[in-house]
Design a protein around this ligand. Sequence first.
Ligand code: NOJ
Ligand code: CA
Length: 553
Amino acid sequence: MNSDPSRDTSGGEWWRDAVVYNIYPRSWRDTNGDGHGDLSGVVERLDHLAWLGVDAIWLNPIMPSPNRDWGYDIADYTAVHPDLGTLADLDLLVEAAGQRRIRLVLDLVPSHTSDEHPWFRAARSDRGSPFREYYVWRTPGTDGAPPNNWLGYFGQPAWTLDERTGEYYLHTFLPQQPKLNWWSSRVAEEFERILRFWFDRGISGMRIDALQTLVHDRTLRPNPAAGDRDTPLERRLGQRFLRSGAQPETHGFIRGWRRIADSYTPPRLLFGETWVPSVDDLAPYYGDGSDELGLAWNLPFLGCDFTARSLRAVVERTVAALPPSAWPAWAMSTHDGEGRAATRWCHGDPAAARCALLLLLTLRGTPILYYGDEIGMTDAVDTPGSGRRDTAETAAPRDRSRTPMQWAPGPGAGFTSSPRPWLPVPGADAPTVVEQRAAPGSVLSFCRDLITIRRRHHELVSGAMRFVPAPEGVLAWERGDGDFLAVVNLGPAPAVVTRDTADGEVLIGTDRHRDHQTLTDQVSLAPYEGLLIRLTRRPAADSDRSRESGRAS
Ligand code: NOJ
Ligand code: CA
């Protein structure tokens, strides 16, 4: 574990200083040739993460699961899926990562279980089962209809009739993911036990799945029609998930988990998946800034356009909405429908991918890299028909951002020796770690060098942040007390940022030829070029700090 006090200036909240790296374990590294990534593979490739400068790993679910939703349907909360390894392998991983000062965060799914979880098997075996109350049951109406209009996130009705016991049960996702009933105190007690089980084992925190679905309206009032301010999913389904989740009692549970997390040394991270439409909906999950989540998933950031205007707006709104002591999290890629930034934001252009990394790694908040972001890995072209693994009905196919990590050229991409990887490895022209490590101008070299700089200058981690004026298409922000300036040109034409009150030295450029350049008052940028600049003369007064200039002709 990170025992070096010089690396923790965050009052114990280590995640504020951390670069978090999200691994989809089935796609990282397969060590036994069965075509599925495994925990031993994470151990085997830890040196890549140590070299990159990562502080914590977040693993997507590793617990036993029939994989109807690839681990997000858990059948046993205190064990490891046999495809991925054993608890002993996990202990080894915690230890090996700790030796490299890398912490391990797991993914916990408290809103629903698998229908193969023993709790649900017992609950559905008989109406009188003591586990019946763990789930949400209702008798059909006289016309046999479900209890209300609620829809699930995959577009189906949120109720399925259990033939054997003659009642509907609630599920917010697939029918094979029955919703847990958080109005039962026994459910809450189970999860306190589960949290302690993992924290006692040296797990440094939990990413908590679908937190906005945790507590449903006990009286089952219908969901209203969706409006303009709802998520794209809610608008597509025509329904706001106002009552099927998001009840205020959720916060009491998070506070209870936070008390448990804070009782450990160092405190354990609670990183909530708060899949909500706006940062105003997100902010309450931080509580007063110290008593609920340590980090919260920022869907509006993930969903915004890769333009200076949109990014600035969402970052500023986030900062304004969060309690002053709360700490944002920034992620640009995900195993879910939004996919990878290198595709969604950057259209496969490595220069744009370097700009995206510059943004992610120098905003004030915790950057969450998704495996492959560091090489500009793109979404795979969807694998239709028999190759498809994700059966959930989502707007965008999710398999495409879950494909194996691209370690090296050649068959298996350094991921597996199996001729049948669980999802296809990419074609020959895809970026790989091996090739990019050898190339000083690569996305990987940029990412690694930028993380090194971030570690060297703590103002880039914890210092203040403010956007400064810049021409249309350019995003410019200062870190620290005007000590650093980051600029990215996300427009299609060259641009010039004029600053008449500060000189600077380029610490790193997305075009590495610009490293160490001395800048006076004109900062010129090619399209999709970004610079991180150390300012050598502090601006005098706000009004003089910088003036906008037009684009170069
Ligand atoms: C959010 C996860 O990221 C997603 O992959 C999953 O399908 C749902 N929650 C349900 O657990
Ligand atoms: Ca394997």
